[in-house]
Structure formats: C-alpha cells, structure tokens
Design a binder for this molecule. Structure first.
Ligand code: 5GP
Length: 125
C-alpha cells in the first residue's frame, strides 16, 4: 500500500530497522550520510536502494528539513555508489517515489538506482 508522505516519521519502518541493524541487508556502501543496499525484489539486474541515515519520510521531507551537509553527503553517496558499481559508462536510472500517486511503500526516503541493462522508456505506457 502506498504511504501518505505527509505523516510524521515512523521509527518502526523497515528501513529504520535496517539502519539500526535490527534487520539484515546486503550493503554496498555506508558512511555518515547514507546507506546503500540491494533491493530485496530487484526490478533490474542492478537495483540498489540508497537511503539517508537521518529520519526523513520522503524526498519532500528531506528537501524541506535536511541540512546542507546531509543533502550534499547523501547525493554524493548516490553518485559514488553508481560509479563504484561501474554504472556511469553504460548508464543508469534514479527514481524516488513520493506518497500515494508516486506509489511510495516504505516511509523512509530512498533513491532507487537501476542499471545493468537498457532500461527503456521512463514510465510504463
Ligand atoms: P517504494 O515503492 O517505496 O519506492 O520502494 C520500496 C522498495 O523497498 C521496493 O523496491 C521493495 O522491494 C524494497 N524493500 C521492501 N522491503 C525491503 C527489505 O526488507 N529489504 C530490502 N533490501 N528491500 C526492501
């Protein structure tokens, strides 16, 4: 079920639990600002989720409340992960779902990083 992105942050959400080490993930990167791990249900040969270490529901919440250091640290991590995985030359796609119409299911900001094959048009027609 898509979430309401205007609700307050829920510390019991699944990515909060992954950040606290209460649930496992297959991590590819972690620093002060971000954690990147493989999606449990990959939609492409490479499907990574990059999440901020701070408590932000969505891109809306993050862009409104995060500090400049958190924002720059997070987006530098996204680029670093893509470079580290060798995705720059073949290309890749980033996606952030927000709220109901965006079909966001987990209420902690996450950027999907897809790659490993030609991804086709941006949205299903
Ligand atoms: P959303 O629809 O919120 O943008 O995407 C949520 C993503 O989180 C989905 O692609 C889903 O497969 C992934 N996901 C949900 N639960 C887990 C989990 O426990 N572990 C991992 N690694 N990914 C998850």
């Amino acid at each position: 079920m898509p979430i309401d992105a205007t609700l307050p942050y829920d510390d019991a959400n699944i990515f909060a639990r992954i950040l606290r080490g209460e649930l496992p993930c297959t991590a590819v990167f972690r620093d002060q600002w971000a954690l990147a791990f493989h999606d449990i249900n990959p939609q492409a040969p490479t499907h990574i989720l990059v999440i901020p270490t701070g408590r932000y529901v969505s891109m809306d919440d993050f862009s409104a409340r995060a500090s400049d250091a958190e924002i720059s640290g997070f987006f530098r991590a996204v680029g670093h992960v893509a470079r580290t995985l060798g995705l720059v030359e073949p290309g890749y796609r980033l996606l952030a779902n927000v709220g109901q119409d965006g079909h966001q299911e987990v209420p902690h900001l996450h950027i999907h990083l897809f790659g490993g094959k030609p991804l086709g048009p941006m949205l299903a027609r």
